[in-house]
Design a protein around this ligand. Structure first.
Ligand code: GRF
Length: 232
């Protein structure tokens, strides 16, 4: 059995990126859309509920609303669009260089629609999270994002959906689950009403889960993730 404590201070696994040995996690948020989760994370930091620093916002889409939210708050906002690079290797090199330039030590995907290339996943092994608007492993996988998830949930007729925060591996939505919270499906729900209720939970659970990492309280044993009690 493979067990490791994900400790932002110790930085097990991949070598820390240069200049990254600070006490606090230096977080990059990757997003393709409006960025309400980005905002929730930054607000949690600002009100003292999340002891880390958001140092970068990265998007694959120049028109993504999240970029404006970052600029308004003085957080560096960077666009990195895979198809503008000659090949995957050039794209990967730029992604890694950008993360290194900002001394990023942890990545949170928040509505980021592009697959993360394997070398980047490896560089951030155990230090990259994604949030998914359903209870994985149901309603996940390639092509299952945004409203598509909520439409599929309603079409199937399940009574409960929810939110999953998981570590990122090389596939879509399959990494070890760190946190989940159920949300009831109502008889009169539309994809929009359901999305809004799920999103409310996302905004609370993502900062809470990041906090576990910021406090070095996450233990991963194969697929099972345990959160250690907070110190007294
Ligand atoms: C969220 O529902 C998230 O779970 C999904 O994409 C949506 C992003 O919303 N992966 P926002 O851009 O954070 O508002």
């Amino acid at each position: 059995m493979l067990t490791c404590v994900i400790d932002s201070h110790v930085m097990r696994g991949p070598k820390p990126m240069s200049n990254a040995r600070t006490d606090r996690i230096r977080l990059a948020v990757f997003a393709s859309g409006g960025g309400s989760n980005f905002e929730a994370i930054v607000e949690a930091v600002e009100r003292g509920a999340l002891p880390l620093e958001v140092v970068l916002c990265l998007s694959d889409r120049p028109e993504a609303g999240v970029l404006e939210r970052a600029r308004r708050r003085g957080i560096p906002a960077v666009v990195c669009t895979p198809r503008t690079f000659e090949d995957e290797a050039a794209y990967v090199a730029e992604l890694l260089a950008t993360l290194e330039r900002h001394a990023v030590t942890f990545v949170a995907l928040a509505g980021y629609l592009k697959r993360i290339p394997a070398p980047v996943v490896h560089a951030f092994h155990g230090r990259m999270l994604n949030i998914h608007p359903a209870l994985l492993p149901a309603f996940g996988g390639k092509g299952m994002y945004g409203m598509r998830v909520h439409r599929a949930v309603l079409a199937y007729g399940v009574k409960w959906t929810g939110v999953t925060v998981h570590l990122v591996d090389e596939a879509y939505d399959t990494g070890p689950i760190v946190a989940q919270e159920p949300v009831p499906v109502r008889d009169d729900d539309t994809p929009e009403t359901l999305a809004a209720r799920v999103l409310e939970v996302e905004h609370r659970i993502y900062p809470e889960t990041l906090r576990f990492f910021a406090e070095g309280r996450v233990v991963v044993a194969d697929r099972r993730v345990r959160i250690l009690d907070a110190p007294e």
